[in-house]
Write a protein that binds this ligand. Structure first.
Ligand code: PHE
Length: 376
């Protein structure tokens, strides 16, 4: 460790040499200062008033200098004192910076520990499981009513041919009845025969034909499904919607069976006080055809805004299967002189709007969780 030497002579060269040695020692010791404690020792060693190096060189070098050399030695001693102060200040800054760095590391360590900490007494993360969409729920409810009456469930494709969607249901080609179901056709099929052209099915009725092609009578089938029409969006219309279709074929099926079946179904869906009535209507594939209305489920038939003050709400189309339809499936065992049947079709979305008192059909299809959650 550096100790202040006595100067042999006070020549400028000797002074220069001594100053150089001191500076080398100073820099060497300064480089090792890293902690607050080392800094304190370092400062004391070089700057302490009683016996620090600065005090020593003042005493030993300046104090012993011959009078003629005093100004020169004094100047040199002052210069060294300044350099020593600068070195101390440099060390102070470095120690402070190192300190900050360590504090940062420690805080990192702490947050790391905090994030790794496991509190097994906290409640777990609950992932909400989905619920059935209100339209599907309504559909299942309707299907369940008919299942309980012995109906089985049928299904068919959503992309359908002209033959199943229209022709076999007694909509002849170019017949104006087709205009009642504004159809979305698949593009680029001009080269196909008219009956093979594809479209998005406009109703679930094509599955009536598909079912009869698959099984001989008797038939009791309920067909839930998605259908499409080229309807502009509004509060009660959507180009995509859902239907539940029913078909019963057997010997001796009459309009009474149709009425009794649907009346029971409506009571099961809306409550036993609900009444039904049948209004003449037209569908190419049923004869006679009817629209079925239920007594208003909001006012009980007294008349309100929902039923447009009529006391009745129109809910579905139905009728006795037209013998012309059986003609298309004659080879599968459907002889209209021996059997008869009834069919009906209802819009699920419309019934869900009524049952859940929703104002806009769009809400069902926008996928807004805040809306859908209400059905959880
Ligand atoms: N398929 C008809 C429609 O979508 C409804 C219906 C089905 C009518 C079965 C009578 C019999 O409008």
């Amino acid at each position: 460790m550096y100790t202040v030497p006595k100067l042999a002579d006070y020549s400028p060269e000797a002074l220069e040499k001594a100053a150089h040695e001191l500076r080398t020692a100073l820099e060497g010791e300064a480089a090792k200062v890293e902690t607050e404690a080392q800094l304190k020792d370092f400062r004391n060693r070089w700057r302490a008033r009683r016996s620090g190096v600065v005090t020593q060189i003042t005493k030993v070098w300046l104090g012993n200098a011959p009078p003629g050399r005093k100004p020169n030695v004094g100047f040199r001693v002052n210069l060294l004192a300044t350099e020593i102060d600068e070195e101390i200040e440099g060390c102070r800054r470095r120690v402070a910076a190192l300190d900050q760095l360590q504090a940062y590391d420690r805080s990192q360590e702490k947050t790391k520990l905090a994030s790794e900490r496991l509190d097994i007494t906290l409640p777990g993360v609950r992932r909400p499981i989905g619920v059935k969409h209100p339209v599907l729920r309504m559909m299942d409810e309707i299907v369940a009513v008919f299942k309980a009456m012995g109906y089985s469930i049928g299904k068919g494709p959503e992309v359908e041919t002209d033959y199943y969607n229209f022709e076999s249901l007694n909509f002849p080609p170019n017949h104006p009845a087709r205009d009642t179901q504004d159809t979305l056709f698949i593009a680029g099929q001009e080269r196909k025969a008219a009956r093979d052209r594809l479209m998005l099915r406009t109703h679930t009725s094509p599955v009536q034909i598909r079912t009869m092609e698959q099984q001989p009578p008797p038939v009791r089938i309920i067909i839930p499904g998605k259908v499409h029409r080229n309807d502009p969006l509004d509060a009660t219309h959507s180009p995509v919607f859902h239907q539940v279709e029913g078909l019963a074929v057997d010997t001796n099926i009459t309009f009474c069976d149709l009425k009794g079946t649907l009346d029971h179904a409506m009571k099961a869906l809306f409550g036993s006080s609900v009444k039904t009535r049948f209004y003449p209507s037209f569908f190419p594939f049923t004869e006679p055809s009817a629209d079925m209305q239920v007594s208003c489920i909001f006012c009980g038939g007294k008349g309100c805004r929902k039923c447009k003050f009529s006391g009745w709400i129109e809910l579905l189309g139905c009728g006795m299967v037209d013998p012309n339809v059986f003609e298309f499936v004659k080879q599968y065992g459907y002889d209209s002189s021996k059997i008869s049947g009834f069919a009906f079709g209802m819009g699920v979305d419309r019934i869900a709007l009524l049952k859940y008192e929703v104002e806009e059909i769009q809400l069902f299809f926008q996928g807004d969780v805040r809306f859908l959650e209400q059905f959880a």
